[in-house]
Design a protein around this ligand. Sequence first.
Ligand code: PGA
Length: 256
Amino acid sequence: MQLIVGNWKMNGTRASAVELARGVVRGKAPEGCSLAVAPPFPFLDVVKKELEGSAVALAAQSCAIEKEGAFTGEVSSEMLASVGCEWVIVGHSERRALFGETDEVVAKKLAAGRRAGLAVIACVGETLKERDAGQHEEVVARQVRALLAGRKDMEKIVIAYEPVWAIGTGRVATPEQASAMHRRVRSTIAESLSPAVAAKAVILYGGSVKPDNMESLAAMEGIDGALVGGASLDSRNFLAIAENAKKGEAKRSKRP
Ligand code: PGA
């Protein structure tokens, strides 16, 4: 099973969001592939209407820690659930780097998403500096530990491994690099929770995923789908990524 999530980031208008959602719903998602889209907050409601009757789930790009109150400009996970979100993304590297979200804040946002009953996509990933210094595995393991400490609801949590140097840069991690990091994420889940939980965990790759690189990524054991930014803004590309994810996964199971 592959999970493909489109992170639309801060792009588009109400009209273009509707158009994009229609395009995703119109094209058929390949069997054995789950899809979700994460539009900007103001378009969640209208996109939800477009998704009705389809198997495409609605995700939000972030949420507040708090439930309600005097937090101008924030959006709570309860609000997201009330407009039909099923997923929320937390800890995206843009939130960490541009808005100062620490591991502690991201862990609290993860808890906030779960409090409202949302499934959570929690992002981790090293910077280029950290990779060049050979610290990538340790940095990502630390992020995973911080997010999952004490959690008992891993069936509702997906980890997205997104190397910061691959996001929006056109420079994708090689399938080998991605799968080595997915192994590290999985072994950290095993240490933090249990090997049985880790075996079932869903781990996505993100960072310059395109139709032409998805197949080789999904052909790697332990890559369970993708979090897609730029390429998700075109419904044909997004659906082609889903298609190629299935192709990649099928190749994997044919291996001896
Ligand atoms: P990208 O973004 O696909 O545009 O590199 C990925 C992400 O930020 O989730």
